[in-house]
Design a protein around this ligand. Structure first.
Ligand SMILES: C[S@@+](CC[C@H](N)C(=O)[O-])C[C@H]1O[C@@H](n2cnc3c(N)ncnc32)[C@H](O)[C@@H]1O
Length: 303
């Protein structure tokens, strides 16, 4: 199994330390959490929804004793998780959203189209979200096309949805990937595999990722103590757009429509943006960890 390499580790340490209490909302293999604890953070509350990630992270953080608290929770529920450990506010929050190398490397999780496994894709296989098989085999063609277009930004969405509906039932990741390859063959010069966008779209829909992220950003900014920082690493433009807009809104005083003569909204900035442009991995990091190529980090500080 490939060990998950934590992306943008150095910038994360620069922005989130020194700190007493930090929430790592996407614990994964615990790489960022370990580095934060090694850099002197007092205690980390690590959250993940994936039982396997939690098991691995617990083992990898055992040496830190009570400084590393691990809980199964969605990062959207970080306020409740913080309450449970008696933290009213925190100095730092990290969200490193998306799928981990461990999840991709376990074919039975259904995230990887290059390996064969069931059409699952749930971050928490014991949770109440539908597995990808339900979307693929039960959703109507229009809804499927919509998801492929909106979350995969795939312009062949209608053609693909029609082919999927005609080929039902589809049971495995390879069956689906082979169908996609047949309907939209890879052309010379294509940088990504034709199944990439459809798998991304299904994963986002299965886990309701964008809505969860949007909701969590507001909760996270509320939970920060003055001077506390929220750092978000995203991996595709849909996520980054949500982070950028949410940070822009929270860092703006008046949000009345442009021609309103006097402010009536009363909105006040609660954070300042520390990264005017997102921070990206440098060449050296991309060489060691190709997954970091698409990572974008944005950070805000609570006023
Ligand atoms: C990219 S990995 C994080 C890797 C981690 N930063 C490290 O250094 O090892 C993303 C993790 O977020 C988890 N995740 C996805 N959605 C989540 C949610 N709503 N709440 C909590 N964790 C979530 C996934 O299960 C996955 O383990």
């Amino acid at each position: 199994m490939t060990a998950h390499i934590s992306v943008l580790l150095q910038p994360i340490l620069t922005y989130l330390t020194p700190a007493e209490h930090v929430i790592d909302g996407t614990l994964g293999a615990g790489g960022h959490s370990r580095a934060l604890l090694d850099a002197g953070v007092g205690a980390v509350l690590g959250l993940d929804v994936d039982p396997l990630a939690l098991e691995l992270a617990r083992a990898r953080l055992a040496d830190y004793g009570e400084r590393a608290i691990v809980r199964q929770s969605s990062y959207a529920q970080m306020k409740q998780a913080a309450d449970q450990v008696g933290w009213q506010s925190v100095d730092g929050i990290l969200l490193d959203v998306g799928v981990s190398s461990m999840q991709l490397d376990h074919p039975e999780r259904g995230f990887a189209f290059m390996q064969d496994g069931p059409l699952d894709m749930r971050f928490n296989p014991q949770g109440d979200r539908p597995a990808a098989a339900e979307l693929v085999n039960q959703w109507d063609e229009h809804d499927l096309a919509d998801v492929i277009y909106r979350y995969g930004e795939d312009h062949h969405s209608r053609k693909l949805a029609r082919a999927i509906v005609a080929a039902r039932p589809l049971h495995t990741t390879r069956e689906l990937a082979t169908l996609i390859e047949r309907v939209t063959p890879r052309r010379k010069g294509d940088k990504i595999h034709p199944a990439t966008r459809v798998f991304q779209a299904l994963r986002i829909a299965v886990n309701d990722e964008l809505a969860v992220l949007e909701q969590a950003l507001t909760v996270a900014m509320d939970l920060l103590a003055p001077g506390g920082r929220l750092a978000v690493i995203s991996f595709h433009s849909l996520e980054d757009r949500i982070v950028k807009h949410s940070f822009r809104l929270a860092s703006t005083d008046c949000i009345c429509p442009p021609k309103t003569p006097l402010c009536v909204c009363g909105h006040r900035a609660s954070v300042q943006v520390l990264t005017r442009k997102p921070i990206e991995a440098d060449e050296a990091e991309v060489a060691v960890n190709p997954r970091s190529r698409s990572a974008k980090l944005r950070v805000v500080e609570k006023l």
